[in-house]
Ligand binder design. Structure first.
Ligand SMILES: Cc1cc2nc3c(=O)[nH]c(=O)nc-3n(C[C@H](O)[C@H](O)[C@H](O)COP(=O)(O)OP(=O)(O)OC[C@H]3O[C@@H](n4cnc5c(N)ncnc54)[C@H](O)[C@@H]3O)c2cc1C
Length: 383
């Protein structure tokens, strides 16, 4: 165990910062306010090889791990330019395809995901199932060699700018319903979507999806028609790790802005950072963000070592810790800025909603506490 990152990883962090700084937080704020994705930054990150760093080299990836992908997302978020689709396209979909896709699926999708030219969204949440994914009702039935998909999804991020969606549904076969994953290109007949009006300022839109007798070829099914649960959930640990990374980076961004303001702003003849009423809470936030980063590093390391079970627990804990730390850090950063904390020019208040998402998605605070109570503490299942 070592607590100093390798020089390669430190250099990777620095390279990411350099790319992100060419765009800057103002760029991200402007795009988010217009509801437009950070396309130029995404392309620059893809060209630098950052978006597919976790994917196999034979498909154009970097051959590294989720640790590297998470540190890239953390750094880009710490610059105020978070790329939420990194959580979805390379981390969830890329991982699932690399581990469980057929050779044809890997060849078709991974090179584009790796260089960022292809974006695949991920749809699991359904309006009536909510946190209870056992109640998913999106269903595929066989029709010759094809599949016919019916159902709907909600809150799926980034669909208007994605090439396809990895849809989690069920297969209806001899009366049994089994979980299954389908790659659904966005222009497939019978597939429609519309954005949900959200009160958060984010560049990517959340969408409702409708599948109305969508015909998909046999090759759209990922992981086979008897996919093990591990195949379905192979992407969910990376999703939580990346959720922790974006939150930890956002927390660092907020603390950095607050720190600079505390050093500059004077009201009683000294910088306001001299007042412990502001310095101590910010120091607490810094400690909490650093603790969450430690758990993030643990989760990513365990995941890359192939210990999915231990990584699952750590990924849940990291996501919980980073979400809570970043929400508190942002709130405190706003407090440090006084009225300016809510002024558009300072770009902090617009992050409130986006940071708050981490307490709900990809898995809510309560479902993580359920998991930890039951699996880490051995308490009875409460629901
Ligand atoms: C900005 C954003 C982006 C998202 N992106 C995606 C995406 O790309 N793809 C996708 O598939 N989904 C996405 N989601 C959906 C997200 O994963 C869900 O919102 C989340 O899992 C919670 O589900 P729900 O909204 O249905 O809440 P519900 O399940 O209805 O829960 C409501 C409340 O009840 C609590 N609760 C539920 N069950 C229990 C229990 N047993 N014990 C204690 N408390 C409980 C929850 O924690 C929550 O506080 C996104 C959501 C948001 C807000």
């Amino acid at each position: 165990m070592t607590f100093t990152e390798s020089t390669e990883r430190q250099a990777l962090r620095e390279s990411v910062r350099q790319v992100a700084r060419k765009f800057g937080a103002e760029y991200a704020i402007d795009r988010a306010r217009r509801g437009e994705p950070l396309t130029e930054l995404w392309q620059a990150m893809g060209a630098a090889g950052f978006l597919g760093v976790n994917l196999p080299e034979e498909y154009g990836g970097g051959g590294a791990g989720i640790y590297e992908l998470a540190l890239i997302l953390e750094e880009v978020s710490a610059e105020g330019t978070p790329l939420i689709m990194m959580v979805v396209s390379p981390a969830i979909v890329g991982t699932v395809l690399a581990r469980y896709g057929t050779p044809q699926q890997r060849q078709r999708w991974l090179p584009g995901i790796a260089d960022g030219s292809t974006v695949v969204a991920f749809g699991i949440t359904e309006p009536d199932a909510g946190s209870n994914s056992h109640n998913l009702t999106t269903t595929a039935r066989r029709d010759g060699d094809d599949w016919i998909l019916n159902g709907r999804k909600t809150f799926v991020t980034g669909v208007p700018n994605a090439d396809a969606v990895l849809v989690i549904g069920r297969i209806q076969d001899t009366g049994r319903l089994r979980p299954a994953m389908f790659l659904l290109p966005r222009d497939t007949p019978g597939f429609t979507y519309h954005p949900i009006e959200m009160d958060i300022v984010e560049p990517e839109r959340q969408c409702q999806l409708y599948f109305d007798d969508v015909r998909l070829p046999a090759g759209a099914l990922v992981g086979g028609d008897d996919a093990p649960l591990e195949a379905l959930f192979a992407g969910l640990n990376p999703e939580r790790i990346m959720g922790a990374a974006i939150a930890a980076g956002t927390g660092r961004f907020a603390i950095g802005k607050a720190r600079r303001y505390l050093l500059e702003r004077e009201v009683w003849g000294v910088p306001i950072g001299a007042h412990q009423g502001l310095a101590h809470p910010l120091a607490q936030c810094h400690i909490e963000v650093e603790l969450s980063r430690l758990m993030l590093a643990k989760a990513a390391t365990l995941y890359d070592e192939g210990d999915d079970k231990a990584a699952g627990e750590a990924a849940n804990m990291a996501k919980y810790a980073a979400a809570e730390a970043s929400i508190r850090a942002l709130d405190q950063a706003i407090q440090c800025h006084g009225g300016n904390g809510l002024a558009a020019d300072y770009g902090l208040a617009r992050l409130l909603g986006a940071a708050r998402v981490a307490r709900i998605a990809p898995v809510s605070r309560e479902m993580i506490l359920n998991f930890v109570a039951q699996h880490s503490l051995g308490l009875p299942k409460s629901y």
